[in-house]
Design a protein around this ligand. Structure first.
Ligand code: URA
Length: 235
């Protein structure tokens, strides 16, 4: 919302009165005096007029969590435990997931209350690589590498999957790098080469990997880690 509208709404003043108050240097946003009436104020910003806080900025939160098998990638569920049950933060109700994993999948999930950031992480156009460790029922064939790189036609969405890198590391084990996140994507891709995923674990998202976070543990991202996604983005 523009700063003059926010003042007008909170102080029941007209827009021209709001402009006067701004011109007098009586308003600060996140501690800085701001005179620009068109300044776009996010809900995360603190806005103060004459020393009185009109808007208490919401704290921005960015977390990574090691999702254990059996936990839902959701914030609430009546039947199953969800990943937010694992988080101990007074503002955890504001969080959403930047990309989900199936209940049977383990690994790295990101949670935030910053919708623009999670969009950058998830949008295929930003090409954020996600690496999965996959175990399969049948042996993985060398020719599957080419098939994953070519892409598969998904009938439901009528799309061709983006080129994916399949690296075979064992007879029935591979690392798969995707740059998008479609519903059950890894399982559907292996199904297309007549195989079945029996265990799936997400090792990394962009430059972030779990390190020594044990299943069920979480930690806040550093400022540099949060900014890393802005750098890979194209907006
Ligand atoms: N692809 C899948 O099939 N499942 C996941 O949880 C993630 C990617």
């Amino acid at each position: 919302m523009k700063l003059d509208r926010l003042l007008a709404r909170h102080q029941h003043m007209g827009r021209s009165a709001a402009h006067r108050v701004l011109a007098q240097g009586r308003v600060s946003v996140d501690g800085t005096v701001t005179r620009d009436s068109h300044y776009e104020v996010s809900r995360f910003a603190s806005v103060v007029l004459d020393g009185i806080e009109l808007q208490h900025g919401t704290r921005l939160i960015y977390l990574m969590l090691h999702k254990p098998v059996g936990w839902l990638s959701a914030t609430k569920d009546a039947q199953h435990p969800t990943v937010t049950d694992l988080i101990d933060d007074p503002d955890k109700e504001s969080l959403h997931l930047a990309g989900r994993l199936d209940r049977s999948t383990s690994g790295l999930v990101l949670l935030t209350n910053d919708g623009r950031w999670s969009k950058r992480v998830m949008d295929a156009e930003h090409r954020v690589p996600k690496v999965y460790r996959v175990q399969t029922q049948e042996p993985i064939r060398v020719e599957d590498v080419e098939a994953f790189a070519r892409g598969f036609h998904f009938h439901t969405e009528d799309i061709i999957t983006l080129p994916a890198k399949l690296e075979i590391i064992g007879e029935r084990e591979a690392l798969l790098t995707l740059h998008e996140g479609r519903y059950h994507q890894v399982k559907r891709m292996f199904h297309r080469v007549q195989n079945r995923v029996i265990a799936l674990h997400r090792e990394s998202v962009g430059d972030l990997s779990l390190g020594d976070l044990a299943p069920g543990q979480w930690r806040a991202l550093t400022t540099a880690e949060v900014a890393g996604f802005a750098a890979t983005g194209c907006d």
